[in-house]
Write a protein that binds this ligand. Structure first.
Ligand code: GLU
Length: 320
């Protein structure tokens, strides 16, 4: 009798271990460079998801990556489950246009949008650069392939009838490297499509005299008028050394995306972790401070909502 009981207990223990490991799921979120805001988006989402792991079985990691295009490609390849991507590249990936011509990603799904990302140009004060046009003939870091800013820079140059051959140098440093390159006088200017304020632009403007350059004019007006995923944007003055006044430019939204192949319950759990703890989420980076739920579930989203996200938004009464 005693023997039988023990067997029963051992069996129960084995079963429960199996149940626990069968339920445990790992997800990876693609972010951007460590000095940008995408990294904080991914880390913040994972922090909220991982607080609930005991209950949900879901564990989350958010490594640094090359940025928007790299994240979308990694999700498409099944190497990552979710990621952050600019609204322009979400649009093009889903529709198979621009850089995604011939590589339509039908299964791309929107989850929510996050902060606005103005297209940001920072130039050394001694470079003589005051306008975007002044960049031609100068040394410019156009960004690493795979980053959203690199791809958007190509769109901007194209709209102006130019290319990166019109720069004296078009370097491809990552966001984490470009601020130091500006300070060391290896480049005259850097570009970054990024939420503000952020550590990268803070570093760039505190190691050397540098200022933010407006990105305006006919070509930009036309880009904004023709494309739903672009909008005029202003970087408020006073955020960085050397730039006391507001700077006009255009911008996109940072969006959080996934694939239709990621199970509904996984996406639901992630979305719930963020919106059930929304005040805490907003406190994790100054660029999140003004986020509003009703804007996040529609602005900047061109791919269909993932059903797991939709389920949560319906439960909250945000959509029908
Ligand atoms: N917008 C950039 C990109 O798509 C990343 C910005 C960030 O890391 O905050 O690559």
């Amino acid at each position: 009798m005693k023997f039988l009981n023990m067997t029963g207990l051992a069996l129960a223990a084995t079963l429960s271990t199996q149940a626990a490991s069968a339920e445990e799921k790992f997800i990876t979120i693609g972010t951007g460079g460590q000095t940008g805001v995408y990294f904080v988006v991914g880390q913040s989402i994972c922090r909220l998801v991982n607080r609930e792991t005991e209950k949900t079985g879901l564990k989350c990691t958010a490594p640094s990556t090359g940025g928007s295009i790299a994240n979308i490609n990694a999700i498409k390849a099944g190497d990552m489950d979710m990621g952050v991507a600019q609204s322009d590249w979400q649009y093009h990936a889903y529709n198979g246009t621009s850089q995604f011509e011939g590589q339509k990603f039908d299964k791309l799904r929107a989850v929510f949008s996050v902060h606005g990302e103005p297209f940001t140009v920072v130039a050394r004060a001694d470079s003589g650069v005051n306008t975007f046009e002044d960049l031609f003939g100068k040394r410019v870091n156009v960004g690493n392939p795979g980053s959203g800013q690199r791809a958007t820079m190509d769109v901007v140059l194209n709209a102006m009838g130019k290319s990166d051959k019109d720069f004296a140098l078009a370097s491809e440093l990552k966001p984490a490297e470009q601020s130091a390159a500006l300070g060391d006088n290896k480049v005259d200017a850097i570009i970054y499509t990024v939420g503000h304020p952020n550590g990268s632009i803070q570093e760039a403007t505190s190691t050397v005299d540098a200022k933010l350059i407006p990105v305006t004019g006919e070509a930009i007006d036309k880009l904004v008028a023709d494309n739903p995923y672009y909008a005029k944007a202003v970087i408020p003055g006073g955020l960085y050394n050397g730039t006391a006044d507001d700077v006009e430019t255009f911008g996109v939204k940072a969006t959080f995306v996934t694939s239709a192949d990621v199970p509904d319950d996984v996406v639901y759990t992630v979305v719930k972790a963020v919106f059930d703890n929304f005040d805490r989420f907003k406190g994790l980076h100054p660029a999140f401070a003004n986020l509003k739920e009703e804007e996040m579930i529609k602005d900047g989203l061109s791919a269909p909502l993932h059903p797991g996200a939709e389920k949560y938004y319906k439960e909250r009464g945000w959509i029908n």
